[in-house]
Write a protein that binds this ligand. Structure first.
Ligand code: MN
Length: 483
């Protein structure tokens, strides 16, 4: 999207991420998705009289993991507050959240902009809160159903500074958060199930204006595409109102993807409208320095660091390094192949090429890959030791994939696939080929190097791929240079 001349855009995102705990943030009810309506909400999730919430320690671990990963400060004392509002899917009449004492303060996310440079987006804060239930509008004509299974699901709300200047940056930032949360395995990242939802605060101002313009908040965008579209429509709307001499009202809006517009839901509430007050049923949560240090010590190597290591220690290309480090389990798999093969370049080629395309073809994740990293690593070793050719390796790979064998070495031995490196076995083949193709032989002698491939191909064919192509090359040249 091109921003109209004379205007600039400021965007801040609030991202609600469901933390993937077994049970809810303040109760023992299950968080499992897709169960029959209202089968997983207990009296605590509904705030029935006489019940008391208690905090799920897991959510603190996950929030701290996230905070440390973005270089944020962790508040050792975090407190819960009540945010009061009415909505049918919030039968309690309030949401338990963190207002003045969020668990995570500050931090930053680095994104890649479209012109290839890096940009830092500052994170203001991230706080813990409970999810609400869901209103189901399409279950019966004329009715709205209420499903409270989601009520009490733990959320980490990640709030950014208005550092985002266009839709592309917003999507890059949202994707970076999604990647980090799934890499840390604190959120399943399943957007179709609502595990990650975006609210976008958008305002526009004249190029030379210093103060931010009047903002609108677009609620509950549940895909990267909707986020991008909503920003386009909303900025166009705001700019056209201002260019026509109108004024904007700060409001909360809904994005309608079918009608390609945003619609005002209500004028924006301020914090006082929610009558926040300290949650009287929960004590402040004090995290010890040891608790935080232990989480720090157990943090996995993060994607950026990992990609850097692949480039500097293993001399992988930037694109190989980025691809192999974007998914934690894929990176772990690659690291093991590397250990067993001792050849980073080749390990990267096999994992990125043959392995990933097979996995994609069968819609499998790396964690259920039929070939273990050890066995793939051993196969790469056989290539490097000259035991098999790259061509034969393809067949060995297929055998490993289909579980015909566990061990590349066994398979090669049993099927006699060892590379033929015995010159005396290959030389007669070359002699015969030269005799059968005198014209090509003469041209090659005369300097038509392209014909070398022709002869090598014929030898490989005759040996069913078992000859060593490098050696065949050398032998052909040698033969042809003989008088
Ligand atoms: Mn929230």
């Amino acid at each position: 999207m091109t921003i109209p001349a004379g205007w600039q855009i400021d965007i801040g995102l609030e991202i609600h991420a469901q933390l993937n705990t077994q049970s809810k943030i303040f109760s023992g009810a299950s968080t499992l998705f897709g169960q029959s309506p209202n089968s997983q909400a207990c009296a605590i999730d509904l705030g029935m009289p006489g019940v008391l919430p208690s905090v799920n320690a897991e959510v603190f671990k996950k929030a701290v993991q996230f905070g440390l990963s973005i270089g944020a400060m962790i508040n050792q004392e975090s407190r819960f507050d009540r945010k009061n509002y009415f909505y049918p899917d919030l039968p309690k009449g309030y949401q338990i959240t963190q207002m003045d004492h969020p668990i995570v303060l500050g931090g930053e996310i680095t994104i890649q902009t479209s012109n290839g440079t890096e940009k830092i987006i500052r994170v203001t804060r991230a706080h813990l809160e409970e999810d609400a239930g869901k209103s189901i509008h399409d279950f019966k004509p004329g009715y709205t159903g209420i499903d409270l299974n989601r009520a009490g699901t733990p959320l980490l709300e990640i709030v950014s500074e208005p550092d985002i200047k266009n839709a592309e940056e917003a999507v890059a930032y949202a994707k970076a958060i999604h990647q980090l949360l799934t890499y840390l395995e604190v959120c399943d990242g399943n957007m179709a199930e609502g595990s990650l939802r975006f609210d976008a605060n958008i305002s526009v101002r004249r190029q030379d204006a210093e103060a931010l313009g009047t903002r609108s908040e677009i609620k509950n965008l549940n895909s990267f595409r909707f986020l991008e579209q909503a920003i386009h429509f909303e900025t166009e709307r705001q700019i056209s109102v201002l260019e026509a001499g109108g004024t904007l009202i700060q409001d909360t809006r809904l994005f309608d993807p079918d009608r390609h517009e945003t619609r005002s839901m209500r004028s924006k509430e301020t914090a006082t409208d929610y009558r926040y007050f300290p949650e009287p049923d929960l004590l402040p949560v004090m995290l010890t320095a040891e608790f935080i240090e232990e989480i720090q010590a157990q943090l996995p190597e993060l994607p950026g660091k990992r990609a850097q290591r692949y480039q500097t220690a293993h001399e992988l290309s930037a694109s190989d390094a980025a691809l192999l480090s974007q998914d934690r389990r894929l990176g772990d798999y690659f690291d093991e192949v590397l250990t067993f093969s001792g050849n980073a370049k080749s390990a990267a080629n096999w994992v990125r090429g043959d392995l990933l395309s097979k996995l994609n073809e069968h819609e499998l994740g790396i964690t259920v890959c039929p070939i273990s990293p050890k066995h793939l690593g051993e196969m790469i070793q056989l290539i490097d030791q000259g035991v098999i050719s790259g061509k034969i390796a393809k067949a060995v790979f297929a055998a490993l994939w289909s579980k015909q064998t566990e061990s590349a070495g066994d398979y090669v031995q049993k099927n006699q696939l060892e590379q033929v490196s015995d010159a005396s076995a290959i030389e007669p083949l070359i002699d015969a080929l030269i005799a059968e193709n005198p014209k090509q032989a003469a041209d090659l002698r005369a300097g038509k190097d392209k014909l070398l491939g022709f002869f090598v191909g014929k030898v490989m064919q005759a040996t069913k791929g078992k000859a060593n192509p490098k050696q065949v090359n050398d032998l052909i040249r040698q033969k042809l240079s003989e008088p």
